[in-house]
Ligand binder design. Structure first.
Ligand SMILES: NC(=O)C1=CN([C@@H]2O[C@H](COP(=O)(O)OP(=O)(O)OC[C@H]3O[C@@H](n4cnc5c(N)ncnc54)[C@H](OP(=O)(O)O)[C@@H]3O)[C@@H](O)[C@H]2O)C=CC1
Ligand SMILES: N[C@@H](CC=O)C(=O)O
Length: 417
């Protein structure tokens, strides 16, 4: 089978897809159209003259291109364009995790109803073949657990902060290198990773989760001092996404966590992503590689195009709607910054004891002024809600110089009692 391809969106990923198609010329894949707003400024001399540059989606829809590659991003108007293309019987390939997390099930239904296919291998973990790996390679297992690093921008920021860089500087670098989303809050506040976790949960756990049900935490509250205290616990800090089935329940969460330095997750640097998949029959499988950036992501898009050109469709793995709980039972790291005076630790211990939460350790580095003194309390495994109630009891204490930072510590979880 031969496919004619129209790329929608000639930005970081779209231009890399065009570049790879022009360089590799994969058999049966012909680039025919490039669509972008104000397209004249996008023209590149390395694109063959046979390719039509256009600002009109209707022109693409009316053309003989039978596959659209949506790399515009966001829900609107990109979602409407994908829907209209599928309804016209054209297949679609996209890297748009926001769209697939929220409307993937419905778009897949539309594709099947019109004899088309919908591929989104680039939507999770950039160039790492985790989606085809789950859809094909692990379809024969019963996956019960997903855990990993799903956002390259956060990993880039946190691994650079670990080396001493400042948050604002590294975020700027991530934006200029094309890793960050158009609105970087999607990355640093956890929404991008959450959308990816929803997609992976659908494929691997066969659970259809509502995006907004998964608790997310921002990485913007992490400070240099947290890497120092994390180091004293033989840990570093990474944005971790987790989902697992436990009994009848589904637990899921996204946010910065303390990761033991001997965990493979701690070794990931820069834009590397890593996904650990736990299967009932096959045990653990790890996927890793570059999760952001034009070329790695474009590899996933071009691989989807080659799969389509070979006439292969997706395996239908039905998912069921599932309710989410964020109540993992884990140790926590709590960093306080206080206006120092006697009795503070006693008040904290009292608030924790009121929720049956036991202190595990207490760290206080010398060398800080009394007006803004950071110290850390770690606690034995407890749920988020119990800890939240305990911290609420001291939230208006006059000695708090800033709200406490609470991070889960990633380690094998104690069995639920
Ligand atoms: N960058 C990455 O590392 C990865 C990105 N993705 C996903 O891939 C998609 C594209 O990302 P990326 O290439 O980084 O984004 P960019 O912002 O670099 O590219 C988007 C392109 O779409 C164009 N565009 C935006 N809105 C419109 C519109 N309304 N009409 C016509 N053209 C429009 C933009 O034009 P203009 O230049 O005028 O803004 C730009 O050329 C997103 O869904 C993203 O989440 C997935 C994995 C990794
Ligand atoms: N902004 C995203 C890009 C890839 O999905 C990220 O940083 O991971």
């Amino acid at each position: 089978m031969s496919i004619k391809v129209a790329i929608l969106g000639f930005g970081t990923v779209g231009s890399s897809v065009a570049r790879i198609l022009c360089d590799l010329k994969p058999q049966g894949v012909e680039l025919t159209h490039i669509f972008n707003r104000s397209v004249a400024r996008k023209r590149a001399e390395w694109v063959p003259s046979t390719v039509t540059w256009t600002e009109s989606f209707d022109e693409v829809l009316a053309s003989d291109a039978n596959v659209i590659v949506e790399l515009v991003g966001g829900l609107d108007p990109a979602g409407e364009w994908v829907r209209r293309a599928l309804e016209a019987g054209k297949s679609a390939v996209t890297g748009n995790k926001k769209l697939i997390a929220q409307h993937g099930v419905e778009l897949d239904r539309i594709a099947r109803a019109h004899g088309a296919s919908l591929f989104y291998g680039a939507a999770v973990a950039g160039g790492i073949p985790v989606i085809p790996g789950l859809q094909h390679g692990l379809a024969g297992d019963q996956v019960t657990r997903l855990e990993g690093i799903l956002n390259g921008t956060c990993n880039y920021i946190l691994s650079r902060m670990e080396e001493g860089a400042q948050f604002a500087d590294v975020l700027k670098d991530a934006q200029s290198l094309g890793y960050a989303e158009a609105n970087p809050s999607e990355d640093v506040d956890g929404y991008d990773a959450r959308a990816k976790l929803v997609i992976l949960s659908r494929i691997a756990l066969r659970a259809d989760l509502a995006v907004e049900d998964i608790p997310v935490r921002t990485i913007t509250s992490i400070a240099a001092i947290d890497f120092e205290y994390a180091g004293e616990l033989s840990c570093t800090i990474r944005q971790i996404s987790r989902a697992e089935t436990r009994g009848g329940a589904l637990l899921a969460t996204v946010g910065p966590m303390l990761v033991p330095k001997n965990s493979p997750l701690a070794w990931s640097r820069g834009t590397e992503n890593m996904v650990l998949v736990g299967g009932k029959y096959g045990g653990d499988v790890v996927f890793s590689g570059h999760g952001a950036g034009g070329h790695p992501t474009a590899v996933a898009v071009v691989s989807d195009l080659i799969t389509l050109a070979h006439g292969s469709g997706n395996i239908d793995l039905p998912s069921r709607k599932a309710e989410v709980s964020g109540e993992f039972l884990l140790r926590h790291y709590i960093r306080f910054v206080v206006k120092d005076r006697p009795g503070i630790v006693g008040e904290i211990a009292g608030a924790l004891a009121g929720e049956q939460i036991n202190i595990h350790a207490l760290f206080q580095r010398p060398g800080f002024g009394k007006d803004s003194l950071p110290f850390v309390v770690t606690v034995e495994p407890c749920t988020n809600s119990a800890l939240k109630r305990a911290l609420a009891k001291i939230s208006s204490a006059e000695w708090l110089a800033e709200p406490p930072l609470d991070l889960q510590i990633l380690e094998p979880e104690e069995p639920l009692k």
